[in-house]
Design a protein around this ligand. Structure first.
Ligand SMILES: C[S@@+](CC[C@H](N)C(=O)[O-])C[C@H]1O[C@@H](n2cnc3c(N)ncnc32)[C@H](O)[C@@H]1O
Length: 268
């Protein structure tokens, strides 16, 4: 993150969703800043979608797979009667509007990223909670925004843990754990550095290109142990080969970014 500027990676992933082969996300063209919103709008054209997909070296496919899998997670939680969804590091995620589920959404994000989204949000379906994971008390911020720690919550932490120092990931998990009533669900994506070819080189290149360093990483065993420590039982953990293909993502195309995994967990 560059202080005072919205996260660049949040714009990139929103663009990826706007170019999904099927069921593209139309919200980035409303929520992104210029000139990105025009680029997002071009994703409505099938010809452009095909070209960008080819040029994206698997990124569009990865995003389509990740989005569809987490959409299924949120819909399933809502259909179980979970009435609160907290998006941790929400970026331009438009699930509060896009999915039309009957739940109250809270969006936690860095104030620099959230500023524009607050102005452009299409409705008040979401409660914005500006915090910095490395500095602020997320628990107090959520409580004062109206989050009820005694009711079940579906937590979505998509594409964020890898940009945070390990201490911030673990401090946030401790708060998520304290505010999770029995039956709550947690979905998070994380980076498994052992599955990233030339990981040290990728870290350097990523920082140079996007200005956001790749930080915390976990093997699946280490992540399971960490979630277990915070009293969450892992119910699913896979890389993109095991993700939902409803938006047309093809895991064979997404192999270069396969180091990102998705885990779902349940508070018993
Ligand atoms: C790659 S984006 C993912 C956004 C969204 N979850 C998605 O998948 O579209 C990373 C998000 O993490 C947020 N973030 C990064 N560092 C943060 C910090 N220290 N405190 C709060 N948010 C942070 C950024 O503002 C950004 O929204």
């Amino acid at each position: 993150m560059r202080e005072g500027e919205p996260s660049f990676t949040s714009i990139l992933v929103a663009l990826g969703r706007a170019y999904a082969p099927r069921g593209r996300d139309p919200y980035p063209e409303r929520l992104a800043s210029d000139p990105w919103r025009a680029l997002a709008a071009a994703g409505a054209r099938p010809g452009w979608r095909r070209v960008v997909r080819e040029l994206s070296i698997g990124f569009v496919d990865h995003l389509a797979l990740r989005t569809a899998t987490l959409d299924t997670f949120v819909r399933a939680a809502a259909s179980e009667g979970i009435e609160q969804v907290v998006l941790l590091g929400a970026g331009l995620d438009a699930r509060a509007w896009r999915l039309g589920v009957d739940a109250r959404f809270f969006e936690i994000d860095h104030p620099s990223t959230q500023r524009l989204k607050r102005e452009r949000a299409p409705s008040d379906a979401s409660t914005f909670v500006p915090v910095d994971f490395t500095r602020d008390d997320i628990g107090a911020a959520l409580a004062s925004a109206g989050h009820d720690a005694n009711a079940r919550t579906a937590w979505v932490w998509e594409g964020v843990t890898m940009y945070l120092p390990r201490e911030a990931v673990e401090a946030t998990l401790a708060i998520v754990s304290r505010r999770s009533a029995s039956g709550s669900r947690l979905a998070l994506s994380y980076l498994d550095p052992s599955a990233v070819p030339l990981a040290p080189l990728v870290r350097v290149g990523f920082r140079a290109l996007f200005g956001e360093p790749l930080e915390a990483g976990y093997t699946p065993d280490a992540l399971r142990a960490l979630l277990d420590h915070h009293r969450f039982e892992v119910t699913f953990d896979d890389d993109s080969r095991g993700w939902d293909r409803a938006m047309g993502g093809d895991p064979r195309r997404a192999r270069l970014v396969r180091g990102e995994r998705l885990a779902f967990a349940r508070r018993s």
